[in-house]
Write a protein that binds this ligand. Sequence first.
Ligand SMILES: Cc1cc2nc3c(=O)[nH]c(=O)nc-3n(C[C@H](O)[C@H](O)[C@H](O)COP(=O)(O)OP(=O)(O)OC[C@H]3O[C@@H](n4cnc5c(N)ncnc54)[C@H](O)[C@@H]3O)c2cc1C
Length: 192
Amino acid sequence: MLYGGVVIGNYKLTNNSIVVTLNENSCREIYKNEENNLSTFSEETFETKPLKKKITQTREIEQTVDLKSSRKIVSIGRGINKQEDIGIVEQLANAIGAQLGCSRPIVEDFKWLKPERQVGLTGTIVAPDLYVAIGISGQIQHAVGIKDAKVIVAINNNKNAPIFEIADYGIVGDLYEVVPKLQQALQAVVNK
Ligand SMILES: Cc1cc2nc3c(=O)[nH]c(=O)nc-3n(C[C@H](O)[C@H](O)[C@H](O)COP(=O)(O)OP(=O)(O)OC[C@H]3O[C@@H](n4cnc5c(N)ncnc54)[C@H](O)[C@@H]3O)c2cc1C
């Protein structure tokens, strides 16, 4: 993948040394297509010499959420003004049984949530049925992390935010007004 997964490069190998890495969830279409099954992408694909040494290392990490396998994700970005306000979005996530995700500044700059909740190029590449981006501009490094989401909903007070270019549904408005109303409406449907 090049430019954070925006384009896929094709390469012809000209020597015997190659290192290939793939992001999980990054090529779902290839996994699905049996002719292109990843099993064809094995050592036999290349003329390889026998491995001199194979090193396998597995590291356990303490994790409370697995966004990769989440079917619904509600994510927050820098549009949230302070940490206490995350509760407003959590209520919405709970109403629809979604996991809470976020953009990088929420983890790196503010340290309000743990890295396991960061969605994007340097976070987790996700592929949920529903992704709700709240107060997230949709910069490329975030957008590549959600390109396999089936339905993207964006709530942003800037109608020109790039997230609206990739969203299936968009609400232009202040998240502090929109999110509580949406939560109440969805809760009413769930309670019916
Ligand atoms: C090498 C590299 C890797 C990166 N990896 C990642 C990554 O994995 N994931 C990631 O997310 N980012 C990543 N980034 C950072 C990325 O470039 C963006 O800076 C980041 O995604 C922006 O986060 P944001 O959308 O929350 O913030 P902003 O870009 O500041 O957007 C905030 C948005 O909130 C809206 N807003 C403000 N107030 C309100 C309100 N009251 N109601 C509604 N909307 C409001 C604004 O209109 C704006 O669109 C990476 C950057 C680099 C250089």
